[in-house]
Design a protein around this ligand. Structure first.
Ligand SMILES: CC(C)(COP(=O)(O)OP(=O)(O)OC[C@H]1O[C@@H](n2cnc3c(N)ncnc32)[C@H](O)[C@@H]1OP(=O)(O)O)[C@@H](O)C(=O)NCCC(=O)NCCS
Length: 152
């Protein structure tokens, strides 16, 4: 994998929004929503660019005190299964560890095999389910798994 990793706050917000829409068509964040997220206390993130400066992946997180939360993580459809998701998540784990936080948490849809596979592969544990947490444009709401990774 040849990729460039840059802070998300330096990324083009409309490009980030286009990638978010591709990854989460049922709950896409537009440029204004992304700007709001990036302006939250403790918010940070990284974006991966490919060889032709195409945005291939993104991760946004919020780290407050002892806990960091993954707000969103996605890889463009064309770049999936190439290691970018693991690269972004491993980088986040390293940054969070360096910050002194003790735990990373997130929610992921219970029908998201790719996301669950990625988090499982990096040692996240399943702490419980939230019923009907994710709304779908078509079909019933989907449960979320609450996941965490202890850094101590
Ligand atoms: C989930 C997602 C980020 C994975 O990104 P990726 O770059 O394709 O993942 P990687 O290539 O780094 O894969 C790392 C590991 O994740 C797991 N994984 C990735 N895709 C998978 C899939 N479709 N099914 C099952 N496991 C999968 C595997 O364990 C994989 O390791 P392996 O390739 O050695 O088997 C990507 O599929 C995506 O953007 N999906 C849409 C948005 C989303 O669901 N985000 C996560 C929710 S928070």
């Amino acid at each position: 994998m040849s990729a460039i990793l840059l802070p998300a706050r330096d990324a083009n917000l409309s490009g980030l929004a286009a990638l978010h829409l591709q990854c989460f068509p049922d709950e896409a964040w537009d440029s204004a929503a992304l700007a709001t997220v990036l302006a939250m206390p403790g918010a940070d993130g990284r974006v991966v660019y490919g060889a032709t400066a195409d945005m291939q992946g993104m991760i946004l997180d919020q780290c407050l005190g002892e806990e960091a939360e993954i707000l969103t993580l996605g890889v463009s459809a064309a770049a999936r299964r190439g290691g970018i998701g693991r690269f972004l998540l491993s980088d986040l784990i390293q940054r969070t560890r360096q910050s002194g936080a003790r735990r990373i948490v997130l929610e992921v849809a219970a029908d998201n095999d790719a996301g669950l596979g990625l988090y499982d592969s990096l040692g996240f544990q399943r702490d419980g389910r939230r019923r009907g947490y994710y709304r779908r444009k078509a079909g019933p709401n989907i449960d979320a798994w609450r996941l965490s990774l202890s850094l101590i």
